[in-house]
Design a protein around this ligand. Structure first.
Ligand code: SF4
Ligand code: SF4
Length: 379
């Protein structure tokens, strides 16, 4: 820690990778060496206490720390060595770049992460439309009408056969879950995660569910200027809990159908409809608010290269909720069949790509929080 940090320009010149796999990791190592000597920010979040438990910073340490960061921005605004100081310490944007790099580096199957990072919006939209067209073609070949209204119990299945809906959902969801499990498993092993105690899982769950480290040490999150607030935390909660409610509605509907023979669509007072409607509204307002916050955010806090992937994720969330709410509101009209096909396409595209989208940040961050609580049982 007494070693003189290398100059700010070293990593940018590209010749000093210093054993790291990328210039961004070499730059993170340089900045953590400075921060570990300074330690001014140790009360802001979990990153700095975790940093202080280390004397050197290999790639796996930096991958761990990057995903522990919630990008509140406080350490940039508080830093006496931030640009234009010659040390040029700018932690939040570097961590943001490294997080995207970890999603790509640990992605399973290897290579899919890079494909999505470069073409996020196009891959999502083309996949959704392709599946919608596929659903319409298969259903039309089975005699379904996409130009008439269908009403009453089982009307969704008059449009798209039950087997097609279940097949599309299971194929997308199954691939997505496998991809995430494979990716996070590689990450967990790399950062040295071992056996996990239930108490660590619970404490990490509490930190994640409350976004404990998105408050800049208690003042709030930095956004477009030096005045912190809780805007991002509120919209993130709406997105997170909105998604959870929609998932609960889908799961309950599947149980009622397969276990009790109660077929959708359900009446407006039904728990499936209430859960789906409340969750869907949260899943429109939350991503829209995050989108707005992202566009107006201080550019020093974000990684511009990751913007396409992040916007594609928010776009897909909004499309899922808007098409789902559209099916609910227009279910007795002739617009329902086409809307249902598009909704299925968007859901499939979302699930099949989620190991490579911003969605995966929740799993990497949770793994990093578990590791943090393992290392520091009293914090
Ligand atoms: S971000 Fe700046 S102020 Fe904070 S610990 Fe690092 S060098 Fe010190
Ligand atoms: S941006 Fe916020 S969460 Fe990330 S390291 Fe800085 S203070 Fe911690």
């Amino acid at each position: 820690m007494s070693a003189e940090p290398p100059p700010a320009s070293s990593a940018a010149q590209g010749w000093l990778l210093d054993g790291h796999r990328s210039p961004a990791l070499a730059e993170a190592n340089r900045m953590m060496t400075i921060c570990n000597a300074c330690r001014y920010c140790e009360g802001l979040c979990a990153v700095f206490p975790a940093m202080e438990r280390r004397r050197t910073f290999g790639d796996a340490d930096l991958d761990f720390l990057a995903n522990l960061c919630h990008n509140c921005g406080a350490c940039l605004y508080d830093c006496q060595y931030a640009p234009p100081h010659e040390f040029a310490v700018s932690v939040p944007s570097n961590w943001a770049e490294l997080r995207t790099d970890t999603y790509e580096h640990y992605a399973w199957p290897a290579g899919f992460g890079g494909l999505f990072r470069r073409n996020a919006v196009a891959v999502s939209i083309v996949t959704a439309l392709a599946v919608a067209v596929f659903v319409i073609a298969v259903s039309a070949s089975m005699g379904s009408s996409f130009t008439e209204a269908h009403t009453g119990d089982g009307s969704f299945y008059e449009v798209v056969a039950h087997g097609v809906i279940v097949g599309v959902f299971l194929a997308g969801f199954g691939f997505g879950v496998l991809g995430i499990m494979g990716s996070v498993r590689r990450y967990w092993r790399a950062i040295g995660g071992g056996r996990v105690a239930v108490s660590d899982l619970v404490r990490a769950g509490r930190s994640a569910n409350t976004l404990e480290y998105l408050d800049g040490g208690g003042v709030g999150c930095m956004n477009e200027d030096e005045h912190p607030n809780d805007t991002r935390k509120i919209f993130h909660h709406l997105t997170y809990y909105g998604f959870a409610l929609c998932l609960a509605a889908t799961t309950l509907a599947a149980v009622l159908e397969s276990g009790f023979g109660q077929e959708a669509p359900y009446p407006v007072w039904h728990p499936v409809v209430i859960l789906g409607t409340v969750g869907g509204i949260g899943l429109v307002i939350g991503p829209a608010g995050l989108w707005r916050a992202k566009v107006g955010r201080d550019s020093e806090l974000v990684d511009q290269a990751s913007r396409g992937m992040e916007m594609a994720f928010l776009l897909m969330l909004m499309l899922i909720s808007l098409t789902g709410l559209g099916v609910l509101v227009l279910r007795a009209t002739a617009a329902m069949p086409a809307l249902l096909a598009v909704h299925l396409g968007v859901v499939f595209a979302f699930f099949v790509t989620f190991p490579y989208t911003k969605f995966v940040h929740g799993f990497y961050r949770y793994a990093a929080l578990v590791k943090h609580h393992q290392e520091s049982p009293t914090r």
